[in-house]
Design a protein around this ligand. Structure first.
Ligand code: KIV
Length: 281
């Protein structure tokens, strides 16, 4: 059985060159499978909103929804290192709210750490959380909660000024006490520079091969959609068509009376009607 990693062990993986694997999980069943597959960290991402809850962005996701799903992930994977994603509005209003909500992730859902989006503007919050005993994974580059301010879901850090700013942000977040930083949707070369410039692990999602670890939305990796997915995502299988085919076969077998057959039914006394004293039809 997998042993639950510690923050120190995750940080040490950068030094040893062991790539950190992270995948999102939102329910107990999937969390159990990912833990059995020896994924290092399970992220209860606020992508929950789009992938599971049917919102069209991550913005509407509430703290209660995150806690509900993070608790399920913990129940499904008791030995996994679980990170709870702070939803929009749960930390922007100040360090006090951030600590209250971060604490909920640890106390109510059993998470090991939290993740939050932002650069220089969240450093004070990161520092307060860490001082309050809550380990923090940072997230810069394309930050979906504020995607509209960034001009939509597009590659960040393409020009020299924004690349420089990102290096400054990564250094400041490390200084503030973050134990790792997610880099989303940036050029691979910038992912490499950022990974070289800081001593804590970088976790890439669309940030090239030089990051210290990688994260993906599990539903994307499994091909759970046949809608378009970002170009940096590799779907390792195509579950959506397989699910639709299986469901269509079930529908046809139920309609035609082929299912349930003898093998999938419980049988009682063949003369039960008679034994019950009911008229024969
Ligand atoms: O919410 C999420 O799933 C994320 C990751 C994809 C990094 O933030």
């Amino acid at each position: 059985m997998q042993k639950r990693k510690t923050v120190a062990e995750i940080k040490a993986m950068k030094k040893t060159g062991d790539k950190i694997t992270i995948l999102t999980a939102y329910d107990a069943g999937m969390a159990a499978m990912l833990a059995e597959a020896d994924i290092d960290v399970l992220l209860v991402g606020d992508s929950l909103g789009m992938v599971v809850l049917g919102y069209d962005s991550t913005v509407p996701v509430s703290m209660d929804e995150m806690i509900h799903h993070a608790s399920a992930v913990r129940r499904g994977a008791p030995t996994a290192f679980v990170v709870g994603d702070m939803p929009f509005g749960s930390y922007q209003s100040g360090t006090r709210d951030a600590i209250i909500n971060g604490t909920r992730f640890l106390k109510e859902a059993g998470c090991d750490a939290v993740k939050l989006e932002g650069g220089l503007e969240v450093c004070e919050t990161v520092e307060a959380l860490v001082k309050g005993g809550i380990s923090v994974m940072a997230h810069i580059g394309l930050t979906p909660q504020t995607a509209t301010q960034l001009g939509g879901y597009k590659v960040q850090g393409r020009d020299i000024d924004s690349a420089r700013r990102m290096v400054e942000e990564a250094r400041a977040l490390e200084e503030a006490g973050a134990f790792a930083i997610v880099l989303e949707c940036i050029p691979g070369v910038l992912g490499q520079i950022l990974s070289e410039e800081i001593t804590i692990p970088t976790i890439g999602i669309g940030a090239g091969v030089h990051c210290d670890g990688q994260v993906l939305v599990t539903h994307d990796l499994l091909g759970m959609y046949d809608k378009s997915i970002p170009s940096f995502v590799k779907s390792y299988c195509k579950l959506a068509p397989a699910i639709k085919d299986a469901v269509a076969e079930y529908r046809e077998e139920v309609r035609s009376g082929k299912y349930p057959d003898k093998k999938h039914s419980f049988y009682g006394e063949s003369n039960l009607r008679e034994l019950m004293g009911l008229h024969t039809i």
